[in-house]
Write a protein that binds this ligand. Structure first.
Ligand code: ADP
Ligand code: MG
Length: 202
């Protein structure tokens, strides 16, 4: 069972704006009701060092985040100060550290089938203004790249969610020790994963 898809784990962080907006319960509810299992949870005020390490665990993150901003600008006909993805991300990282270290955050590990992609889908895309209705970032907040650029700050989008299985493993190790992650069974998991579904009828 060790490598069964139902054992996949992902990291979610309710960012300082999510805590301040008193959306902890609403956000947890959305991951919980899809069938995922909460296996670790804690609140902390992250240091800037921990935040920088978290985002740079993936050596490709700087390039990808810069390119995503360039693509969004092209789609909206916006002109950016620079078209160098690394220069863009240098600024992003600076304001992101301010944002993430500004107050308590809630760190969580969620487990279940396709946990990484299911959580990303429920979370929505980076920019709240353009992401889908029905997602956390689409339903519960209204920020945009252009407004955050004008104000020289990070996009406030309530949550972080790991981008890939590998990223998730590294991020979970970064924030949690193994004894903080619980191994337990939920009764309701049988209806999601049990092969035979016997034992329902009396
Ligand atoms: P995601 O959180 O959707 O995976 P990234 O990993 O690319 O997005 O970026 C991390 C976080 O940095 C985002 O969630 C957002 O808070 C902030 N951010 C990303 N790109 C920008 C940008 N161009 N301007 C301001 N803030 C940004
Ligand atoms: Mg990311």
């Amino acid at each position: 069972m060790k490598d069964h898809p139902s054992k996949e784990q992902t990291l979610v962080i309710i960012k300082p704006d999510g805590v301040q907006r008193t959306l902890i319960g609403e956000i947890i509810k959305r991951y919980e009701r899809v069938g995922l299992k909460l296996v670790a949870l804690k609140m902390t005020v992250p240091t800037k060092e921990m935040v920088e390490k978290h985002y740079t665990l993936d050596p490709e993150w700087r390039r990808i985040t810069g390119e995503k901003r360039i693509k969004a600008a092209k789609e909206k006909g916006e002109v950016l100060d620079t078209e160098d993805p690394y220069e863009i991300t240098e600024k992003v990282l600076r304001v992101l550290k301010e944002y993430m270290a500004s107050g308590p955050v809630v760190l969580m590990v969620w487990q279940g089938a396709h946990a990484v992609s299911i959580v990303r889908k429920i979370t929505g895309g980076t920019e709240p203004m353009s992401t889908d209705v029905g997602t956390i970032r689409g339903d519960l907040v209204l920020d945009s790249y252009s407004m955050s650029d004008d104000d020289g700050r990070a996009v406030r989008n309530l949550v972080h969610a790991s981008g890939s299985v590998e990223e998730a493993q590294n991020e979970i190790e970064h924030w949690f020790s193994t004894n903080e992650i619980q191994n337990y069974r939920l009764v309701g998991e049988e209806i999601l994963y049990d092969v035979n579904l016997d034992g329902i009828l009396e």
